[in-house]
Design a protein around this ligand. Sequence first.
Ligand code: ASP
Length: 432
Amino acid sequence: MVRNRKETTEKSKKKPGLSTQIFIALLAGALLGVVIHYWIPSSYIKDTVIVEGVLYVIGQGFIRLMQMLVVPLVFCSLVCGSMSIGDSKTLGKVGVKTIGFYLVTTALAVCIALGTALLIHPGLGLNMSAVQKADLSSTAADSSVSLVDTLLNIIPKNPIGSMANGDMLPIIVFALFVGVMLAKLGNRASVVSNFISQFNDVMMEMTMTVMKVAPVGVFCLIARTFATVGFSAFAPMLKYMGNVTLALALQCFVIYQVLLFVFTRLNPIKFVKKFLPVMGFAFSTATSNATIPMSIDTLNKKMGVSKQISSFTIPLGATINMDGTSIMQGVAVIFIAEAYGIHLTPANLATVVVTATLASIGTAGIPSVGLVTLAMVLNSVGLPTEGIALIMGIDRILDMLRTAVNITGDAVCTTIVSHQEKALNREVFNRN
Ligand code: ASP
């Protein structure tokens, strides 16, 4: 027994968690990059073999692994999400209200992200075109599709074709449609719905597995970035992190709490205090899905929210409502545009609000998926998806922060809807 415990402690001592590993990889990668940039003179071995060879291949390989997940993951998690809406008896009033609330808060979150980023300019001073010259050419030209076509393109002519091309909007429409139909057919289509939910589990597990090699990927990506641009990468990245954190804090502690007070007259400070452990859990796991049971339980026992409401709205929120994620994506868009020196028009910004809101629906509640769906937001305004490489290294920390915001948004909405449906016990909420 004693030996067992010793072995376990030794084991856990030996292997730090994924977050720690990624953080160490980030620092080590930055360090190696700086050493390469400043101390190793330019040569064939340095430039071609190390920077453009090993570091580039492993880093890009990791990005491709992530890209591989996008289409099946978004499709399955959206079918499951819309299927669960259609399933529920509370669909209708509660469903519409909840979805409306989720969409509005997400759009608001993107606006806060874009607003703060346009003030802070997180990407100014970093010249990414020096890092990824080759990819710049294909950007602006691709984005010149008319608004009418953009709208029409949302409806897929051929859903399989859309999946093959990775066109996210038509995939989202098709997935929502499939989910609603599956819910309508109920038991008659149980084989298909079971298959898709199980495939969803497979994709989530695959994401977790891919994340295991994240430290190596992050190390190479960051090392190459620093090896190419040196310290000039550091300040904009800190600015970017500060920008995302500020926008997340505004959303979590100002917007949500004002909404809570206006709609329910409940004490926001009490709400935050009672919900803090759930936020802590979400922070340490970076997984909205894993917090579902804890969130429902806390809302029920500490805030007096009826489980009938929360058992529907919390899992739905964990699937489709990712305000924190959309904040990261909003700031990332400005960061990457500035780093590449690409000007975004007001129409581009409006497109970002729409696509980031939709991306939030398609983001599964597990670590790092927000980074995967960021590609769709970048594509929508013709920004190079390779820009993701730069923020990938520091994303794990922001992922933890944004997940805490993601699930807080679900809980605030649930409390408000519960209050409106007369399913909130204020006595329990006010109890200490
Ligand atoms: N980790 C986030 C969540 O689970 C999703 C993401 O932004 O990657 O809510």
